[in-house]
Each structure stands twice: as structure tokens, then as C-alpha cells.
Design a protein. Structure first.
Length: 735
């Protein structure tokens, strides 16, 4: 059966009505109810109704406690104080009385053989203490085989043991129903599937059950509940148990229509409600009995509610054979099985179709019945609820409190552990005292012995197999009633504790040390160390089997690690794992991450030609630090004629170009820029300038003579030689 989603439900209209003049309209619902309503009641005058993945909590006067909210529940059950449990085909969940979830859903579906689920496959029952039993069925259609499973839960909602198989005979079985007693275990019943009818198979139907004690042990296994097995098919069924373990089962008994023959007239179909009572051992307390008069009605969907004293009510739907109109009928019974009065009609509206009833009863006999009202006149369906009182009433039972010391657990030695008795519960009295005492194991000191919660420090043990500590909890109520429970805590050898040290950040080409000397073993000694690379850039480990490692990273190893697909920088890291082993063979591991700091990339600009006397710029703005930020710049001149630098500690600086010297026509200036990042990592770059003379400016001579003076003497000498040569030629001319 598929639940409607909340989004679908919210778009439609529908209401819950309380008979007797109390009414609460709800503007959330559906024009057609998909999932039939289910109801549960507490001993604190609270009740909950669920339908179509929704729920509402109200008190037994009809006043709203929590308006409509989402609750993915097919079935519902409630303990005495109003805490409740919901179940569907996937999981169960526990809620406080106001509808607040108390834990995450428990996945009740770990064992399954099913190819397809059909029919009813989940149920849940909760006793006055909050202990629960859930059932589910998984069906394979060909052949028709069903595996039914159960799961027990303790008072705190923890699972008790594993899921267990209910039925050894799987063929043609299904629809498990569970009911749990406050004092005496539980009963699970099921039936042969109506699929036999759909497939045209003739034969008889049966209702089966298995009876279990409070610890989940079988009292009676797979026995038949109905005595008359040859008068038709056993279809819808239910079961309920009282505080002493006595239980009652009810079912609808269907006989198909029989056509006329030469020897007998036609007979209409018949569908009757029958029931039978059993004692705590599963032995019958008499035979089957008919709930209603043998009339011309089709009766279906019986539901039973039984209180702690054994008084019970059975409700069912009655429908005319030749019409769609139907009512919700009920009948009260004393705990001895005698009826109280005749059949009564629950619904006040006597038109349309009333169907899919459910019923719940408190210990004092207060009853809530819910059902679907379908007017069949085009108006929306509605969920109706009626509050009744069982004529036999019911006494508040005198029940012992239920001590809950918690589930058996384990703790590492030299660690603190908390004992928790807060889930202990008394349905009708107050717990006034808690008393803890250690009953076995290495003595420990409890911080407090008379509180619901206490703690102790687990001792260090030399036993490599661990140690067991047992504690006893005793609770007492305001009337002096007591109950005790024990819990066993297993102390595990904690083994060594690996400590690879704090994460590191180092520079390239810088040695660094991995240090595992802080690793320890509280009850032994570490006998081996092993370092390995878990992820990241590769670094050579020369001897990984020592407590410390001194390593050197090589930037060339990281060429493929520092640029992401989009070109952005990715920090280069290596994750090292230290694994230590102690003298008990136990191991422990710890990781340390080493991040490598990239030096800034310094860019002093391009080399170029500059003109003497001009003010030129030095530009380091192209410098970048990929894994941090540049925090300082420093310009210095490294060669060439001296030039004054302005703003030498800025990314952009300036200088005056010295005069051009013809005697040093290839004169250059060299400057170095050094950048430092936020982790004091630095780098440098050089830029070279070649000096050129200013335009239309004669070369200058050195004021000291030097090469300029020599050049002038050479010119005068050449002029002298030319003049002498000309004079000599003149004197040699003939006169």
C-alpha cells in the first residue's frame, strides 16, 4: 500500500470528527482516504490518530494537543505516558507524547527474501512500559511464499537481539499481527492468504499464532487458533493480549456465494466475525464464538482492544449484502469472555458507507474508535473518532517499576564511561531513588551511586583479552516497589595511540622532520613505527621504520601538483601516515599533513634601453605569491654607474639615468628586486638597462683628460703630418 506524499495531501480537503458534539476540522487531507486510520491511547488522557501519512494528537475530550503533522506511519502504538511508536514497511520511530521524535528511524527491513510485497506486511504493539514488538512479512508471488519476521525493542527503544523468523511454514502465510503484554511476553498471529481465493483454489482457511515469553523464548509454536477449519476462508484478523498473558483472536469468516443447482437453491455469500480466547500458554479457553447475530450482513475487518485486566472490545464493519451502506459495529466483553450487552452501532451517521475501523483501550477502560466515513454523495470522505467507556471499566494496575540499566556495552581502558538509568520507568508511580553498585570486575569508583546517571573511569588492564565490569541498578518508587537490572561493560585494551605530530608548513628545499615520539601505549610499549605516504606529492622516505623522519622536498617533484584545471593555484601537500604497533599486536595510525610554501615569483620587469638624464621606472608589480601574499619589496642597484633609487621598498620605484659616456658606449645599469611573502619566504629577479646619449648632444670629454685628450693629440699629429707633406712637395717643384 503506497502512502500519498505530504505535498499531494496538503492540496486537498478533509476533516476528523468527534462524535458526541466534539468536532475538530482539519484542512489537510484527501478526498479519498488511501491509508486507513489507526488509533492509540495512553493512560494520560491522550490519543493519536494516523492516516495517509499524517497524524493528529488530541486529549480524550477531543481537544487538540498537536495539530495535523506529517507522520509516515501505517501502524501506531502508545505506552501509558503517551510516548508512541510509528511503523511502516521500512522502519519504526519513537516519539514523545507531544509528537517530537526521540530517535532516528530504525530500519526494520534488514532481512528480506521478497520480490514483491502484497497485503498487510507490518504491525507494531507496545506495552505499558514502552517495550515493543514489530512484525513484517515479505512475499514471493510465484510460488506464494511468505517470510514473516519479528523484532523486539526494550524500554529505551533499543533492539533486543536480531530480527527473528516467525513462521517455519512459509507457503500461503501472511499478515502477521502482534500484541505485547506488560508482564507476560507477546503473541503473534497470522493467517492463510486470501490469494488462494483469487487463484480459484478451494479449501479451508486457518488462523495461526505463536506465543512467546517476555524474553522472546517460545512458549507455544505455530498453533491453530480457529477450531472450525472447514466453514470458509479466514480473512481479516486481529489479536490482543492482557497483563497476564491471556489473549483473544478475532477474524472474519467468509463463505463465497453458492450458485443454484438441481439439488439445492442458490445461497448468498456469508461473512461473519468469530473470536476465540486463550490462556497464557496458548491453550484454548473454550471454542469459537460468533460476535454478532447470524444476519444477512457482510461483516469484515474486526479489530480488538484489550486492557490490562483482560476486558476487551471488538469493532468491525457491517455492510448490507445488496448495498454499499455500512456501519461500524462493536461489542464489549468481560475478561471471562462473557459479553456485556448486545451489538451496538458506533457511528451516528447512518447514511453512506462506514468502514476500516480501528480501536484502542486504556487500562481504565477508556476507548477510542476511529473509522472512515464515506458519504458516497460526492462529498469528501472523513475520518471520524468516537470516545467510549468500557462498561466493565478497569482498575489502574499495580505494576512493578521497570529498571533499565542500559544495554551491555564496551569502553576503552583509561576512558570515562557513563551509566544511564534514565529510561527506567514506572507506568503509574514515581521513581524516587536510584542505586548503583558494582557486582563484579576490577573495582572502580562511581562518581555518584544514587543518581540516574553516573560515570566511572575504566581501569587500565594487563589482560589482552579485556575485562568485564558488571553493575547492578535498583530503583524504588514512592510506594516502596523496587526493581533491579544489571549491565555488563567490557573494557577493551586501548592499544597504542599513534601521534604523528602537528601539521607542518615548510619551504621548498628546506629540511623538515616528522616526529612520532609522542605516540604512547598506556599498558605496554610500542615495538614498531612505520611512516608511509597516504596522499599528495611524493617525497622520498629513506628509512620509514623509525620514530622520526628528516626529509627534504624538491620543488621539481611538484610540477604536476600546483595548478588546477582552471589554472588556479593548488596548495602542494603530502599526507604522511604513522602506524605504530604495540607488544599486544594492536595497531594505531595517525596522519600529519605537510604543506609546502611556494616562494613568491619575483618579476623585476623587462630589460630595456634608457636615455641619460631621464627619470625611469622600476616595475615589480608583476610579482606574485601563489599560496600567500607578498609583504615586502626591496630594490637595490647591483652594477653600472651609480643611480639614485626613489621608493626602493615599493613594487614600483624610480631612478635617474646617469650621463652617457662615449668612452664606455656599452655602459649598463643592473637592479635587483627581492620580494618576501607572509611566511618569510623570498626570491629575487634582475633587470638591466643600457644607457643611450640624449639626442643632438655632443659627446663629453673626461675632465681628467684621459682618452679624450689622447684623441685630440692624435688629430693634431695627423694635421701636422699632412701640412709637412704638402710643404715638402712644394719645395720639390722645378723653378
Amino acid at each position: 500500500m503506497k502512502l500519498k506524499t505530504h505535498a499531494v495531501c496538503c492540496a486537498l480537503l478533509y476533516c476528523i470528527q468527534f462524535s458526541g458534539g466534539l468536532r475538530a476540522d482539519i484542512s489537510v487531507g484527501t478526498t479519498t482516504v488511501i491509508v486507513p486510520p489507526k488509533v492509540a491511547i495512553s493512560d494520560k488522557n491522550t490519543s493519536i490518530v494516523t492516516w495517509d501519512g499524517l497524524a493528529k494528537i488530541y486529549d480524550t475530550s477531543g481537544a487538540t494537543i498537536k495539530d495535523v503533522f506529517v507522520l509516515d506511519a501505517l501502524y501506531i502504538s502508545m505506552r501509558s505516558d503517551g510516548e508512541f511508536f510509528s511503523a511502516n514497511s521500512k522502519d519504526i520511530q519513537r516519539f514523545s507524547a507531544d509528537g517530537t521524535p526521540m530517535n532516528e528511524p530504525y530500519k526494520f527491513n534488514t532481512l528480506t527474501n521478497s520480490l514483491q510485497r502484497i497485503g498487510k506486511n507490518t504491525d507494531i504493539s507496545t506495552n505499558l512500559y514502552g517495550e515493543s514488538i514489530t512484525t513484517k512479512s515479505d512475499t514471493i508471488l510465484a510460488p506464494f511464499i511468505t517470510f514473516m519476521y519479528g523484532q523486539r525493542f526494550d524500554i529505551a527503544g533499543n533492539t533486543l537481539g536480531e530480527e527473528f523468523l516467525i513462521n517455519e511454514q512459509q507457503e500461503d502465510r501472511g499478515s502477521p499481527i502482534a500484541s505485547i503484554s506488560a508482564n507476560d511476553g507477546y503473541v503473534i498471529s497470522w493467517r492463510t492468504e486470501q490469494a488462494l481465493i483469487r487463484h480459484g483454489v478451494t479449501g479451508s482457511g486457518r488462523i495461526y499464532a505463536s506465543r512467546y515469553d517476555a524474553h522472546g523464548a517460545l512458549i507455544k509454536k505455530e498453533f491453530t487458533l480457529n477450531s472450525d477449519t472447514y466453514d470458509g476462508y479466514k480473512l481479516e484478523h486481529d489479536v490482543a493480549i492482557d497483563g497476564s498473558g491471556n489473549f483473544v483472536s478475532a477474524w472474519s469468516n467468509y463463505i463465497p456465494e453458492k450458485p443454484a443447482s438441481l439439488f439445492s437453491p442458490a445461497t448468498p455469500p456469508s461473512k461473519k466475525i468469530k473470536a476465540r480466547r486463550f490462556d497464557w500458554q496458548g491453550e484454548p479457553l473454550g471454542g469459537e464464538f460468533l460476535i454478532h447475530a447470524d444476519n444477512a450482513l457482510l461483516n469484515a475487518s474486526p479489530q480488538i482492544a484489550m486492557n490490562h485486566d483482560g476486558h476487551f472490545i471488538i469493532v468491525w464493519e457491517s455492510r448490507e449484502i445488496d448495498g454499499d451502506n455500512g456501519d461500524i459495529s462493536a461489542r464489549f466483553y468481560h475478561s471471562d469472555g462473557t459479553s456485556v450487552g448486545d451489538v451496538l452501532t458506533i457511528n451516528d451517521t447512518l447514511t453512506g458507507k462506514q468502514y476500516s475501523p480501528d480501536v484502542a483501550i486504556s487500562t481504565t477502560g477508556q476507548i477510542v474508535v476511529t473509522w472512515i466515513d464515506d458519504p458516497e454523495n460526492g462529498n469528501p470522505q472523513s475520518i471520524k473518532t468516537k470516545i467510549l467507556q468500557h462498561p466493565s471499566g478497569g482498575l489502574t494496575p499495580i505494576l512493578k517499576p521497570r529498571a533499565h540499566a542500559g544495554a551491555d556495552d564496551k569502553v576503552l581502558e583509561d576512558s570515562s564511561y557513563q551509566l544511564d538509568a534514565s529510561h527506567s520507568y514506572s507506568p503509574f508511580e514515581n521513581i524516587t531513588t536510584y542505586q548503583w553498585e558494582q557486582t563484579s570486575g576490577i573495582p572502580v569508583t562511581l562518581i555518584a551511586e544514587n543518581t540516574a546517571k553516573t560515570s566511572f573511569l575504566a581501569p587500565i588492564t594487563d589482560n589482552m583479552q579485556g575485562e568485564l565490569l558488571e553493575f547492578k541498578l535498583t530503583i524504588t518508587t514512592n510506594t516502596g516497589q523496587t526493581d533491579s537490572d544489571t549491565v555488563v561493560i567490557y573494557i577493551e585494551d586501548s592499544g597504542p595511540v599513534a601521534d604523528a605530530g602537528s601539521d607542518l608548513r615548510v619551504n621548498f628545499h628546506q629540511e623538515f622532520t616528522l616526529n612520532g615520539l609522542s605516540s604512547y601505549d598506556s599498558d605496554g610499549q610500542i615495538i614498531s613505527y612505520e611512516w608511509s605516504i597516504k596522499s599528495g606529492a611524493s617525497v622520498y622516505l629513506s628509512n620509514p621504520y623509525t620514530s622520526t623522519q628528516t626529509l627534504n622536498n624538491d620543488s621539481r617533484s611538484f610540477a604536476d601538483h600546483n595548478v588546477a584545471g582552471d589554472g588556479s593555484w593548488v596548495n602542494i601537500t603530502t599526507t604522511f601516515t604513522l602506524t605504530v604497533t604495540d607488544d599486544s599486536g594492536l595497531i594505531s595510525s595517525d596522519d600529519v599533513v605537510v604543506t609546502y610554501n611556494m616562494s613568491p615569483e619575483t618579476k623585476a620587469g623587462a630589460d630595456r634601453v634608457v636615455t641619460e638624464g631621464q627619470r625611469e621606472g622600476l616595475d615589480g608589480s608583476g610579482s606574485i605569491d601563489y599560496d600567500g601574499e607578498i609583504t615586502s619589496y626591496q630594490w637595490v642597484q647591483t652594477s653600472g654607474p651609480t643611480a639614485e633609487i626613489f621608493s626602493a621598498t615599493s613594487a614600483a620605484a624610480e631612478f635617474i639615468v646617469p650621463d652617457y659616456n662615449i668612452d664606455d658606449a656599452n655602459a649598463t645599469l643592473s637592479f635587483q628586486l627581492t620580494t618576501t611573502d607572509n611566511e618569510e619566504r623570498n626570491s629575487g629577479d634582475n633587470v638591466i638597462f643600457r644607457i643611450s646619449p640624449a639626442t643632438n648632444t655632443a659627446p663629453t670629454s673626461s675632465p681628467q683628460g684621459g682618452a679624450g685628450a689622447v684623441s685630440m693629440i692624435n688629430m693634431l699629429l695627423v694635421l701636422y703630418l699632412i701640412t709637412s707633406f704638402v710643404r715638402r712637395r712644394s719645395t720639390q717643384q722645378p723653378t
